[in-house]
Each structure stands twice: as structure tokens, then as C-alpha cells.
Design a protein around this ligand. Structure first.
Ligand SMILES: Nc1ncnc2c1ncn2[C@@H]1O[C@H](COP(=O)(O)OP(=O)(O)OP(=O)(O)O)[C@@H](O)[C@H]1O
Ligand SMILES: Cc1cn([C@H]2C[C@H](O)[C@@H](COP(=O)(O)O)O2)c(=O)[nH]c1=O
Length: 206
């Protein structure tokens, strides 16, 4: 199974996935946890280039291509080998982030970004995607409460951009209703952790 986690900034993806990971590892289950952009050396370097707040001049298409390049390398080096070994891969963000952020947020268009990514992934899509649903204002407020968090180039975009990304996600959910499971992320962490754990456990052993 290839499971992806999606949602706006500050939705709680990283926090919840970490707690779910601890629960699953305690049960001795063979899951691989990873993230995009990143997860392997080359993709982490691409991540630094994309998210560096100093790179304000980055063009939207350049951004989309860099995400797709990081995705390609991550799939080939980490995701496919794990799937071939029969492991379930849980990835924090994947193609839907590109559709929402670059396709809608940057206005490049869903079809164009899908085409670009189809080249990078050779059509590979997640088996299941868990969408952390929270209004962008609330997600941003969460991350702003934490002074120690570094604000990357995308975090620093105006609220208007994040609202477009959120609308983009709604379009993506409408486009792929069978794959995407929406979870209300505006609830206490332990409740969200339980929902995500239940989905992962049930979907991994179908
Ligand atoms: N359900 C929740 N209720 C309240 N606060 C939460 C909840 N989930 C996460 N948080 C807090 O919100 C902040 C953002 O969480 P986290 O970094 O996990 O979000 P994220 O979705 O990974 O964000 P990003 O995509 O921007 O990296 C953290 O300080 C975290 O402790
Ligand atoms: C995969 C992917 C990510 N993004 C954006 C979303 C976030 O703003 C950052 C990643 O930071 P996180 O703290 O790890 O969530 O990158 C994007 O715009 N397009 C993508 O394809």
C-alpha cells in the first residue's frame, strides 16, 4: 500500500504521523514513513532550494518542476523499493500537494500539473490519501504560535495564496473521491491520531 497524507499548512500532518508511527512501530509492523519534498539525499537538497525564503524570485513553473523532480527521485530510490519488499509506505505529501499548491495556488492549472507529474511518476498514484481538513486561517494560526518554527518560502505566502490552495484541495478531492479520505483535523490531536491510525490499519491489511 502507498498511503499519502495531505492538507494545508499547520493541519497537524507531521505531529499526527509521528504519533501514528510510534504506535505502529510498537506493534512491530513494517511501515516506511517518509515525506515530500525530501526523504532521500537528492530530494532533501531540492527541498532546500525550493523552500529557501531567500529564493523569492522563483518562477511558478520552476517550482512545479523542482517538486516533480524531487518526487521522481524519491519514488525511484525509496518508495518503489519499499513497496517491492511488501512494505506499506506512508508519505507526508505527494502529488496532490502539487495539484493544490502549484495547480491552484500558483494558477498553473490542474491538468498541466497533472501532466508534468505523470511524466515524473509514470502515472503512479497513491492507493489511499488521508486529507487533513482544516481552514487555512486555523492551520496558519497554529504554526504562528510556535516561535521556534522556521517559516519556509511557501509558509510565508499571503493568506490569499493559502485560501486558493485550500480551494484547490477541494477540487482535487472532487476529482479523486474514491482515493481521498477526509479527516476533520480541527479536533484534539489524540482524536485525529486515532482516526488516522484506524484508516491506516484497515487499509493496510485489506
Ligand atoms: N489537532 C491539533 N490541535 C491543536 N494543535 C495541533 C493539532 N495538531 C497539530 N497541532 C500543532 O500545530 C502545529 C503544526 O502541526 P504540524 O507541524 O504537525 O502541521 P503540518 O500539517 O505538518 O504543517 P506543515 O505542512 O505546514 O509542515 C504544531 O505546533 C502542532 O503541535
Ligand atoms: C510536496 C509539495 C509540497 N509543497 C509545499 C507545501 C509546504 O508548503 C511545503 C513543504 O513543507 P512541509 O512543512 O514539509 O509541509 O511545500 C508544494 O507546494 N508542492 C508539492 O508538491
Amino acid at each position: 500500500m502507498f498511503i499519502t497524507i495531505e492538507g494545508p499548512e499547520g493541519a497537524g500532518k507531521t505531529t499526527v504521523v509521528q504519533q501514528v508511527k510510534e504506535k505502529l512501530e510498537a506493534e512491530g509492523l513494517a511501515f516506511v514513513f517518509t515525506r515530500e519534498p525530501g526523504g532521500i539525499r537528492i530530494a532533501e537538497k531540492i527541498r532546500e532550494v525550493i523552500l529557501d525564503p531567500e529564493h523569492k524570485e522563483m518562477d511558478g513553473r520552476t517550482e512545479a518542476i523542482l517538486y516533480a523532480a524531487a518526487r521522481r527521485q524519491h519514488l525511484v530510490e525509496k518508495v518503489y523499493p519499499a513497496l517491492r519488499e511488501g512494505k506499506t509506505v506512508i508519505c507526508d505529501r505527494f502529488i496532490d500537494s502539487s495539484l493544490a499548491y502549484q495547480g491552484y495556488g500558483r494558477g498553473l492549472g490542474l491538468e498541466e500539473v497533472l501532466t508534468l507529474n505523470s511524466f515524473a511518476t509514470e502515472g503512479k498514484m497513491p492507493d489511499v490519501t488521508i486529507f487533513f481538513d482544516i481552514e487555512p486561517e486555523k492551520g496558519l494560526a497554529r504554526i504562528q504560535q510556535h516561535e521556534d518554527r522556521e517559516f519556509n518560502r511557501l509558509d510565508q505566502e499571503k493568506l490569499e495564496f493559502h485560501k486558493k490552495v485550500y480551494e484547490g484541495y477541494q477540487q482535487v478531492i472532487d476529482r479523486f473521491p474514491d482515493r481521498i479520505i477526509v479527516i476533520d483535523a480541527d479536533r484534539p490531536i489524540e482524536v485525529v491520531v486515532k482516526d488516522v491510525y484506524d484508516v491506516i490499519k484497515s487499509r493496510s491489511y485489506l
